[in-house]
Design a binder for this molecule. Structure first.
Ligand SMILES: *Cc1c(COP(=O)(O)O)cnc(C)c1O
Length: 397
């Protein structure tokens, strides 16, 4: 018999009741170290006092009006993100996939507005994940997400991740732009090199097409930069963000330059909930912290500590770990033992992490972790790898 909840998730049999910082507590009071952060969402950990205050203060005033009116919290969020990035303008959404949807529409509409309606296709990359709307699963191109949902939405040409020659070959008279994650999360923590990002930027400029970045997972401080592309010294034309910007409140945005947004005039796009006062009050509070003095430097420092520790972990388990990947606090352990077994062993040791493609264990801790959290995580990872190896060689764990 079907459950009241549509059974689209293979859920672990744990439920959490509350959290504080990088720790969450189950309904029966067991503490877990949270290196999943709701998949890079709880950027400031759980129950951050500044976010709790912003949320409750706004909750007493006004939750929702409509985008038919001015929303000062939304205007403030946009002004601050524009000041901190390449963007001149943005559309505020409720999720990552909606930010991507807006980005795709914007890229197509740009060329339409410039008199080139035939330019509607985007070059995308193998292993990509852009969300679960019909357009986003077509952009991601993963058969397991497309199967059974009818003809894939037209307009995406997929090439190998980072295959610049294939990008050049795929661009034709119908191409509107390139859509890429600077670091693939779900695809296995695959990092596009700064040189490759710069080359993609140059290709877009040479061919008169738009560079669209998906920073839904790697953005908002996760890499130790406000946005991942900054380390390459380039800027995109359009960028989708979500996850970390709400710190746990559902919100996303599609950021753009004035030129790239040229086609998005009154009536071309909308959202009932997108950017309501409650969501924007929380996102502004996230920015208070992330844009605060020294915050990103601290992320870089603690990320380096974790990275060094993971290198040590690999040295200790060369027969189970092939590689450490990623940037900042978006890290992946490429395993030679099954990643699902490692995640189960971690859960037994009361630590949460996330699976990724390519047999990777993904670590996405809150950006506020400290030395104790890192030491704790390394110890639990060491125990988990030892246990998985013992189980696979048939020894008693
Ligand atoms: C999570 C994610 C999305 C989709 O975001 P939702 O909020 O789940 O719709 C899109 N792109 C990337 C890179 C993501 O990690």
């Amino acid at each position: 018999m079907i459950t009241p909840l549509l059974p689209t998730y293979a859920r672990a049999d744990i439920a959490f009741e509350r959290g504080e910082g990088a720790r969450v507590y189950t309904t029966d009071g067991i503490e877990f170290l949270d290196f999943a952060a709701g998949i890079a969402v709880n950027s400031l950990g759980h129950a951050h006092p500044h976010l709790v205050a912003a949320l409750t203060e706004q909750a007493h005033k006004l939750w929702h009006v409509s985008n038919a009116y001015r929303i000062p919290q939304q205007e403030r969020l946009a002004e601050r993100l524009a000041a901190a990035t390449f963007a001149d303008t943005m559309f505020v959404t409720n999720s990552g996939t909606e930010a991507i949807e807006c980005a795709i529409k914007m890229a197509r509409r740009y060329h339409w507005a410039k008199g080139n309606p035939e330019r509607y296709r985007l070059v995308t990359f193998e292993g990509a994940f852009h969300g679960r709307t019909l357009a986003a699963i077509a952009a991601g191109g993963q058969p397991k997400y497309l199967e059974g949902f009818g003809p894939a939405t037209e307009g995406f040409d997929q090439v190998g991740f980072g295959d610049l020659d294939a990008v050049e070959a795929a661009i034709g008279e119908n191409t509107a732009g390139i859509l890429i994650e600077p670091i693939q999360g779900e695809g296995g923590l695959r990092v596009l090199s700064p040189a490759a990002l710069r080359r993609l930027r140059a290709i877009c400029d040479e061919r008169g097409i738009l560079m669209v970045l998906d920073e839904v997972q790697c953005g908002v401080g996760r890499t130790g930069h406000l946005f991942a592309h900054e380390s390459a010294g380039i800027t995109p034309d359009i960028m989708a963000i979500a996850k970390g910007i709400g710190g746990g409140f559902p919100i996303g945005a599609c950021l753009a330059t004035e030129d790239a947004a040229a086609g998005m005039v009154v009536g071309t796009h909308g959202s009932t909930f997108g950017g309501n006062p409650l969501a924007c009050a929380v996102a502004n509070a996230v920015l208070d912290i992330v844009l605060g003095d020294g915050f990103l430097e601290r992320v870089q420092d603690i990320a380096l500590r974790l990275r060094q520790g993971l290198a040590g972990l690999q040295d200790a388990h060369p027969d189970a770990i092939e590689e450490i990947r990623g940037e900042g606090l978006m890290l992946g352990i490429k395993c030679t033992v099954p990643n699902k077994d490692v995640l189960a062993a971690l859960r037994e040791r009361h630590m949460l992490a996330v699976a990724a493609g390519d047999n990777v264990v993904r670590l996405l801790p809150p950006l506020i972790i400290d030395e104790t959290d890192v030491a704790d995580a390394l110890e639990r990872l060491d125990g988990a790898f030892a246990a998985v190896k013992a189980a696979t060689t048939g020894d008693a764990a």
